[in-house]
Design a protein around this ligand. Structure first.
Ligand code: AMP
Length: 478
């Protein structure tokens, strides 16, 4: 293991990716796919297309539907497309970090979009810069393009293989070259990448790829299977070829995709997300029952688990918090500051359902605890007699280094407090989390193929473990 493996500061990148090959309206299909993946990132979006000769790219800050208007899509011709939607909290919220990145290099014109976090990006970047590479952005994705350009291999596929083998961490990648698309997943399979097909009445079927299968549903594509961890799929004029570019590793599929991040109508890592979330709720009801009147989800993150909890406990499921689905950012606030304004913008309680009731409130996770506290207060102010908080995963005690936006350990309430202290902080009458064993059962992880590092602090790559301990101020190995 190289000792230069220092962390990239880009820890928090939640993203969605899509790719289309062989459709006359590739840019529109990429647009619709990104539209369905909007929940994976709301800060910027981009599409690159190719007509077999030239690569066209449009990317901007903002939501997919606002960026890609009819005239913008008209300027993205071609039968191949890749797309990306991004969210980052590292303060680097600038357009130059929007993806896809598109460059002209010695391997031709290529564009790339990435979901995940390359944990050795900073070390790779330092080496590349020492050899004269010039970077335009701070995103670790650009490192991949430089590795491809620097590779001694002649073909793009071989150079990519060369590049991918140098990466550590999480990556689901989509590449666009002039006449082909290439997609790949890291050997541990942290982030999802599904493969599908779109039948056409007038020609051969189009090939489609997306972070989640909800994108396929919108464009009428059929989900075939997942790009396998350590696999590269090339779709070009010769057809489709699938190859394993890296040796088999122990899988580390992100459990948080099933807990919170993915849409419940998606199949992720081959399993319907809704099924996992309902199972979490069922097991939570068995492990942590409460003598209450109703079960209320925190929408939308707690919906499916609350359904499972209600079914198992026999208590009525009541949608007593209403979410405004149209909120974006607002900077207009009355001069007389409204208490808990941010949460009130998003959620409002249904007083007639809550008044005088003992309520079981179900959500997927508590991160800092501040939102949960506001929601508990809101439910109580609407007349609830008791509020019992139930969380459909174990306490979040460690940050994610593989592409989920979790804050530093110092800001994670469960890393620094007991469950009783958290209960007091969020002002609930009782608080319980799902156990690790039940979480594992909920995602049907019989072969130990998921990453649970945010709940255990045990990272599935050695140098992340070491760096994490160093960062936490402890000696590695202690
Ligand atoms: P808090 O009480 O402030 O810790 O916020 C908890 C809320 O944040 C829950 O409703 C979660 O669904 C939500 N949440 C958890 N993880 C994330 C994440 N990575 N990105 C955005 N929201 C999240």
């Amino acid at each position: 293991m190289p000792d230069k493996n220092i962390f990239s500061d880009k820890l928090h990148e939640e993203c969605g990716v899509a790719a289309i090959y062989g459709h006359s309206e590739a840019s529109k299909l990429a647009y619709l796919s990104l539209y369905a993946l909007q929940h994976r990132g709301q800060e910027s979006a981009g599409i690159s297309t190719s007509d077999g000769g030239t690569i066209h790219t449009t990317k901007a800050m903002g939501h997919v539907a606002d960026i890609f208007t009819v005239p913008v899509l008209k300027n993205l011709p071609g039968y191949m497309a890749i797309g990306h939607t991004r969210y980052s909290t590292t303060g680097d919220t600038v357009e130059r970090n929007a993806q896809p990145f598109s460059v002209q290099c010695n391997k031709g014109r290529i564009a790339v979009a990435h979901n995940g976090n390359i944990t050795n990006a900073a070390a790779l970047r330092a080496d590349l810069e020492a050899n004269g590479a010039i970077f335009q952005a701070s995103s670790d994705t650009e490192v991949i393009l430089h590795l491809v350009a620097h590779s001694r291999e002649k073909t793009l596929a071989a150079a990519l293989r060369d590049a991918l083998l140098q990466l550590e961490g999480a990556f689901s990648l989509v590449f666009l070259a002039e006449d082909r698309i290439i997609v790949a997943r890291d050997p541990q399979g942290f982030r999802p990448l599904a493969m599908g097909q779109l039948e056409s009445s007038s020609g051969p079927a189009a090939h489609v790829f997306a972070s989640e299968t909800c994108a396929f549903d919108l464009i009428n594509a059929v989900y075939l299977n997942d790009v396998q961890p350590g696999e590269m799929v090339i779709v070009g004029p010769e057809g489709v070829s699938r190859e394993r570019y890296a040796p088999q590793k122990k899988l580390s599929q992100c459990v948080f995709e099933h807990v919170y991040f993915s849409r419940p109508d998606s199949i992720v890592f081959g399993r319907p997300v809704q099924e996992s979330r309902e199972a979490m709720g069922v097991m939570l009801a068995r492990e942590a029952p409460a003598a209450a009147d109703i079960v209320v989800p925190v929408p939308d993150s707690g919906n499916a688990a609350a359904l499972g909890y209600a079914g198992e406990s026999g208590l009525p499921y009541k949608q007593a918090l209403i979410r405004n689905h149209y909120v974006g950012r607002t900077f207009i606030e009355p001069s007389q500051a409204i208490r808990d304004f941010g949460v009130k913008l998003k959620l409002n309680p249904v007083r007639s359902l809550l008044e005088g009731k003992s309520v079981i409130l179900v959500d997927d996770s508590i991160v800092r605890g501040t939102t949960s506290r506001k929601i508990v207060r809101m439910v109580r102010n609407a007349g609830a007699r008791e509020v019992h908080m139930r969380i459909s995963c174990p306490p979040t005690i460690s940050p994610c280094f593989y592409g989920v936006d979790t804050p530093n350990k110092s800001e994670l309430i469960a890393a620094n407090s007991t469950i009783e202290e958290i209960r007091k902080f969020i002002e609930a009458d009782s608080l319980a989390y799902l156990s690790m064993g039940s979480l594992q059962k909920s995602v049907a992880d019989v072969k130990d193929e998921f990453c649970y590092a945010c709940y255990t602090g045990d990272y599935p790559s050695d140098f992340v473990n070491i760096e994490h301990l160093v960062r936490a101020g402890k000696k590695a190995g202690s």
